[in-house]
Design a protein around this ligand. Structure first.
Ligand code: SAM
Length: 292
């Protein structure tokens, strides 16, 4: 430890330390001091973090904490905190816990009453959102979308009216599939934005209509390389008549119109009479409702 960093970490405290997502200069001076000063660094991959720390001349005591061993490692880290050791948690890149391991550890440490200190720092989702120029007063982070095409399309469809900007991660082998589905589901009606390789040499930020993303990616095979954040602009609120029909139609196959209307009116907070009138209209075309 650099003697200047002695005392940079408080005893018995867990530090959440974001690390660079591409540019090593993004490791903050405070993060360096903490990583040098703690008794142990819990890292998603000890080799990746070891290499990064040695670049900065830090020889930390590393222990592995990843998706597959987190539950087992939590106990030993809690014991260390109870012995007044300080611990830093890092992932391979960016902010721990954000589509990365660490949730179980932080949950247990908070439950045990040990202090947790969060250092602000690199996070691909936040960096991408800050450059997208999409509404950012409220946004929702979804991690990775479903990997399989049919599930992904259903998932996008289910979020057609999501009222905030949607932010998600995607890997290079699925980005084209996601872009194709964005075009299919949202066409020209939604704006989307994509950031790739943030803080690296080929950093790029694109935005346009959902239907244009797939073509833009296909124009240059280099655009399919690297790491991606995809953002979708907020959807328009659903048309109440559409929402009523969407629920009423399947219910009318099972229930009398008056009963179906009661259920739908209460689920959507709509007036019962309005929904009943529509239920009667629809029932005119629908097969007779089954008797209860
Ligand atoms: N914890 C990290 C964070 O705070 O951003 C995210 C870890 S997650 C396992 C990895 C994903 O983050 C990548 O697949 C990619 O979608 C996104 N990502 C990471 N670094 C990125 C970068 N430099 N540019 C764009 N996206 C990046």
């Amino acid at each position: 430890m650099n003697p200047a960093n002695e005392g940079a970490a408080e005893a018995g405290t867990l530090y959440i330390v974001p690390t660079p997502i591409g540019n090593l200069s993004d490791l903050s001076p405070r993060a360096l001091r903490v990583l040098d000063g703690v008794d142990v660094v819990a890292a998603e991959d000890t080799r990746t973090t070891g290499a990064m720390l040695s670049h900065f001349g830090i020889r930390a005591r590393l222990t592995a904490l990843h998706e597959h061993n987190e539950s087992q490692v939590v106990g030993s880290l809690l014991a260390r905190l109870a012995e007044a050791h300080s611990v830093a948690l890092v992932s391979d890149a960016g902010t721990p816990l954000i589509s990365d391991p660490g949730y179980r550890l932080v949950d247990a440490v908070r439950d045990a009453g040990h202090p947790v200190v969060a250092l602000p720092g690199p996070c691909a989702a936040v960096a991408a959102l800050s450059a997208a120029g999409l509404p950012s007063d409220a946004f929702s982070f979804f991690g990775f979308p479903p990997p399989k095409a049919s599930a992904r399309r259903d998932w996008l469809q289910a979020h057609a009216h999501w009222p905030h900007t949607m932010v998600m991660y995607e890997s290079s082998h699925r980005i084209q599939g996601l872009a194709d589905d964005l075009g299919r589901v949202f066409g020209r009606e939604r704006r989307v934005a994509l950031s790739r390789e943030i803080s690296k040499r080929f950093e790029e930020h694109w935005r346009g209509e959902a239907s244009a993303l797939s073509g833009w990616l296909a124009e240059d095979e280099n655009r399919l390389r690297g790491e991606f954040v995809v953002m979708i602009a907020p959807g328009a609120p659903p048309d109440p008549a559409e929402a009523i029909d969407r629920l009423l139609k399947p219910l009318l196959r099972e229930l009398e119109p008056s009963r179906a209307a009661r259920v739908v009116a209460s689920a959507l907070g709509e007036r019962r009479n309005t929904v009943y009138r529509r239920a009667m209209e629809l029932a005119g075309d629908a097969p007779p409702a089954a008797k209860e």
